[in-house]
Design a protein. Structure first.
Length: 60
């Protein structure tokens, strides 16, 4: 049975990769691929912190 802290501390959700058709190829200042890269960096930070709080647990 999971510990109560584990139930209240779910792992972060990985951002969804944009589809090729999501980019308009117009050189937007905040391209969906740039936004996605920032979201992945943030996700990895959250995941590292979550793993530190939950040793031995899998985020899957």
């Amino acid at each position: 049975m999971p510990q109560p802290a584990a139930v209240n501390d779910p792992p972060p959700v990985e951002p969804e990769r944009p589809l090729p058709m999501d980019c308009c190829d117009s050189g937007c200042e905040s391209c969906v691929h740039d936004v996605y890269a920032d979201e992945v960096d943030h996700y990895r930070s959250l995941l590292a912190a979550w793993q530190a709080r939950n040793p031995g647990r899998s985020a899957d």
